[in-house]
Design a protein. Sequence first.
Length: 64
Amino acid sequence: MRRNKDRTKTGEDRLVELCPRAIDVLKRQLALRARFKLAGKIHHDYLFFRDDGKPLRDLNHPYD
């Protein structure tokens, strides 16, 4: 249904273990986001964004 949910079905937080490669990707993305934020290219709280700084709100964007 493509609805953004801010909770799980049970309402409980979940612990998710990530492989080292996924953690590395997230660290690099956080560093990139910090550089864009410092340069004034983004003005939102999204972690993933396009080359122009606009947030990725639709997960199908890479396939479009």
